[in-house]
Design a protein around this ligand. Structure first.
Ligand SMILES: [Fe+2]
Ligand SMILES: [Fe+2]
Length: 311
C-alpha cells in the first residue's frame, strides 16, 4: 500500500471575513499572513500535489497532518474541503487532523468548525476510543494497517503556536494501541506538532509540543511504526527504538506542501509517499515542487532493507 503525506496547506481565502473576526489573535496572524504567507503558500501547488499523488504516484491513501488553513476562517476551510473533494473517492482515501492554525482562536475550537468541515475524513473504525474532543480516531487500511489521528492543536495566546495532547486523549490512544484489533497492525500515528525539538527554530519554546516527551514515550512503548507530522515546514526523518520490542519508530515530516517559492529545498513544497508491504515500511519517497511548468519531482528516496539473520 502506498500512503501519501501532505501537510501545512495554509489555504488562503479571505472572502469577506466579518470584521469582528479580526478583533482577536487574527489581527496579528492576519497581518503576518498578508505580508509573508500569501507570497509563499499556494493552493495551486496543493492541487498539483494531489494530482501528482493520485495520477502519477498511484497512492491508495492520503494523510494530511494539519494546518489546512491560516486563520481557521470558514472561507479557508470551505476552500480546503473543496480541494479535497476533487480527489476521486476522497472520503475513503483521505485522513485529516487539525493543526494549530485550524484552532486559531477559542471560538473556532468551541464551535468545532474544523471537525464540521472535515468529518468525512475523520471517521473511526474504533469509535469507542474517541474522547470528548473527538480524538483519537482510527482507520483500518487493508488487513494490516491502522492509521490513528491525534489532536495536538490547541488555541494559544498571541505569538504562541504550542501544542498539547490532553491526558484523556493520551490515555485513550495508549488503550487503542493496545487493543487486539490494532496491536498487530502496522501502526501509523498522525499528529500535527513535532515530537523532538526542531533545531532550526529560534523560537522553539513558543511553538513546541508541550508534552512531547510524554507523547513520544507512549508511542515508543506501544510499538508505533510510523509517526507523521507537520508544523515545522521542514523535511526530516528520525528513527528511535521502541521501548519494549526490537523495532523502531520512524518520525517523518515532508514539509509544507503548498510552498511554491523557496531557496532551501528542505523548506520547499513537498510531500512523502510511504510504501508499506506485509507490515513493513519498505521505502519513503519525497517529492519536491519545482515549478508550475514542471510540477513535483522526486527529490529523495530512502529504502529500508529487510534484516536477514546470518545463518
Ligand atoms: Fe504550518
Ligand atoms: Fe503548525
Amino acid at each position: 500500500m502506498k500512503i501519501g503525506h501532505i501537510s501545512d496547506l495554509h489555504i488562503l481565502k479571505l472572502d469577506d471575513p466579518r470584521p469582528w473576526e479580526f478583533l482577536n489573535k487574527r489581527l496579528v496572524g492576519g497581518a503576518n499572513l498578508l505580508f509573508k504567507r500569501s507570497k509563499s503558500h499556494s493552493s495551486r501547488v496543493v492541487r498539483e500535489a494531489l494530482r501528482h499523488l493520485d495520477e502519477d504516484c498511484g497512492v491508495d491513501h492520503i494523510a494530511i497532518t494539519g494546518d489546512l488553513s491560516n486563520l481557521a476562517l470558514a472561507s479557508e476551510f470551505a476552500e480546503a474541503a473543496d480541494i479535497l473533494a476533487e480527489i476521486p473517492f476522497s472520503e475513503e482515501r483521505v485522513s485529516v487532523i487539525p493543526g494549530n492554525h485550524d484552532y486559531y482562536t477559542r471560538e473556532t475550537e468551541a464551535s468545532r468548525r474544523f471537525e464540521r468541515y472535515f468529518a468525512p475524513y475523520m471517521q473511526s473504525d474504533m469509535p469507542g476510543y474517541r474522547t470528548e474532543s473527538g480524538y483519537p480516531f482510527c482507520q483500518f487500511k487493508n488487513d494490516d494497517i491502522a492509521i490513528i489521528g491525534m489532536k495536538s492543536a490547541v488555541p494559544t495566546p498571541w505569538f504562541f503556536a504550542t501544542g498539547e495532547v490532553d491526558r484523556m486523549q493520551l490515555e485513550a490512544t495508549a488503550a487503542l494501541l493496545d487493543d487486539p484489533k490494532v496491536r498487530d497492525r502496522f501502526k501509523i500515528v498522525m499528529i500535527h506538532h513535532h515530537l523532538v525539538p526542531f533545531e532550526h527554530s529560534r523560537v522553539e519554546y513558543s511553538r513546541r509540543l508541550i508534552n512531547a516527551d510524554e507523547v513520544l514515550e507512549m508511542l515508543r512503548w506501544h510499538d508505533v511504526d510510523l509517526a507523521i507530522h507537520g508544523h515545522n515546514h521542514h523535511f526530516a526523518t528520525i528513527e528511535v527504538p521502541h521501548l519494549r520490542g526490537k523495532g523502531t519508530l520512524r518520525i517523518c515530516e515532508a514539509g509544507s506542501t503548498s510552498i511554491g517559492s523557496y531557496e532551501d529545498p528542505y523548506f520547499g513544497g513537498k510531500f512523502n509517499v510511504y510504501h508499506i508491504e506485509d507490515g513493513r515500511l519498505l521505502k519513503i519517497e519525497t517529492h519536491l515542487f519545482e515549478s508550475h511548468d514542471v510540477g513535483f519531482v522526486q527529490w529523495k528516496e530512502q529504502a529500508f532493507e529487510q534484516q536477514i539473520a546470518a545463518s
